[in-house]
Design a protein around this ligand. Structure first.
Ligand SMILES: [Zn+2]
Length: 483
């Protein structure tokens, strides 16, 4: 009798201790949430040992065991047993393929990496290798999309449509394969020269001053509209009021993950389909919610306006990444460097085998067809001091001689694209502007390009819109295409 009462007493004490510890942890997290960032908490919570995704829901937050707290959004309440309707075997396929590809690479030996990417460093095997041409039956199960689809995204089911441009008809393929060249057989003189700027990572008071200066209304496209850029945004350090300001000025905002976590290999090797979803779709939702909170009555950036992504460190996640984009209504990815001397137009990923090898040289390139555009990152070549080392992002190249060297570098790479009117992407981080003379060089370079009267500096989604529905320069000016 006595022993039984002692056991009961001990049980009650233990139970109370557990409750006290749990509420302390929750309280700690909630306090951090209120103090630091509404709705999103970074930092380890509860336990970080479990490798499988696991959610602990409380109010409008959900905590993952990877240590990242993701915003809870409407329709984002799937149970762990159903990972967004995606068959679990996708993950197994990814792991199998990665193993096969890694073995192939080891067998052939890794050639010395030619490319330096100081800003987005990650190990990327550069050897060519053929990928299996296996066709996979696509999962029959279509799951409910957590967010609305945009009409111009991968929802296009028709293979082609007829549009009018200039004086003749043009059949525009919704499927735009690799090496298509200028669409609709437009001549190079009829074709505008597209230039797009893309900036990665957080928007902060430090870097927005560069963007305000470069994209002031002084610089205008030939159709009279101001030039605009694309911002691949990641959460950490972002001031969402500033991001909202950029969007209101008609810049494009795209997803670059919530955590931007390292090491870079995590994205290719360890990230599950759930991780890709949480990070990329999660940041899309997060941008919407946080800009809405920052903007008040002006409203946040609509989810349907966030149509693109770039992988952190340009570390590809194979079909897990691209399948996630397709299923969640994204229009495009821009994470694949094209190391060729010949720059490439963006293309659709309906036949990835055409790009795997010639363009995509990672073991984690997509293999299955995806109804998503790839805006490849054509590399830059240094033309100074005989160096031919290319870089995937502008800030991977550091020309000598300050302003003059930077101008020469930009002009030479522009010209490589301009000869065939291949769109010229200026993919970079704002840190490049910290070097003496580089910001001034970029400002002058923009002015020079626009003096040509056939150069249009537009966000990436605007470029894709044009490829789908090409217009001659005169037609573009008539309808003020880039406004
Ligand atoms: Zn980044």
């Amino acid at each position: 009798m006595m022993a039984s009462s002692t056991r009961q007493l001990l049980l009650i004490v233990c139970f109370q201790l557990i409750i006290a510890a749990d509420s302390w942890i929750i309280e700690d997290i909630s306090t951090k949430s209120r103090l630091n960032r509404p709705n999103v908490v970074l930092g380890r919570s509860l336990s970080s040992e479990r490798s499988t995704p696991y959610y602990e829901e409380r109010n409008d937050l959900k905590y993952t065991m990877s240590g990242i707290a993701l915003p809870q959004v409407a329709g984002h309440r799937e149970r762990q047993t159903q990972i967004h309707g995606i068959p679990v075997e996708n993950q197994e396929k990814h792991d199998r393929r990665a193993k096969i590809n890694s073995r192939r690479i080891e067998k052939r030996g890794r050639p010395a990496a030619k490319h330096t990417r100081p800003a987005e460093k990650h190990s990327r095997p550069t050897e060519k290798h053929s990928r299996p041409a296996e066709k996979h039956s696509r999962p029959a199960e279509r799951h409910s999309r957590p967010t609305e689809r945009h009409s111009s995204s991968s929802a296009d089911s028709k293979k082609s449509s007829v549009v009018n441009y200039a004086d003749k008809e043009c059949v525009v393929q919704k499927v735009f394969p690799v090496n298509s060249g200028i669409p609709c057989n437009l001549t190079t003189t009829q074709t505008p020269m597209f230039v797009y700027f893309s900036f990665d990572d957080a928007i902060t008071p430090w870097n927005i001053r560069f963007y305000r200066q470069l994209f002031s209304d002084e610089h205008r496209n030939p159709d009279g509209c101001p030039i605009r850029a694309t911002f691949f945004n990641s959460h950490h350090n972002t001031q969402y009021g500033l991001l909202q300001e950029l969007w209101q000025l008609k810049h494009e905002v795209a997803s670059h993950s919530i955590s931007h976590r390292g090491p870079s290999t995590w994205w290719s090797i360890n990230a599950t389909q759930q991780d890709w979803y949480d990070e990329i779709v999660g940041q899309r939702d997060n941008i919407h919610r946080q800009t809405a909170a920052a903007a008040g009555s002006r409203g946040g950036i609509p989810i349907a306006e966030i149509q693109g992504m770039r992988a952190p460190f340009l570390a590809l996640g194979g079909d897990l990444q691209f399948g996630m984009l397709e299923r969640n209504g994204f229009l495009y990815d821009s994470s694949i460097p094209n190391n060729n001397n010949h720059p490439s137009w963006p293309f659709t990923l309906h036949e990835p085998s055409a790009m795997n090898g010639p363009i995509c040289r990672s073991p984690y390139c997509p293999v299955e067809p995806h109804n998503v555009w790839e805006v490849v990152m054509n590399v830059y070549f240094m033309n100074e001091s005989g160096s031919v080392t290319p870089c995937s992002m502008i800030d991977g190249c550091r020309p000598r001689n300050g302003r003059l060297g930077a101008l020469r570098f930009l002009r030479a790479n522009f010209q490589r694209h301009y000869d065939d009117k291949v769109p010229f992407g200026i993919n970079m981080h704002a840190a490049w502007f910290a070097f003496e003379g580089y910001l001034d060089a970029m400002n002058s370079f923009i002015g020079e390009m626009l003096e040509r009267n056939d150069v249009y500096i537009v966000p990436i989604r605007k470029l894709i819109e044009w490829i789908k529905h090409p217009l001659t320069i005169s037609k573009m000016n008539e309808i003020r295409f880039s406004c």
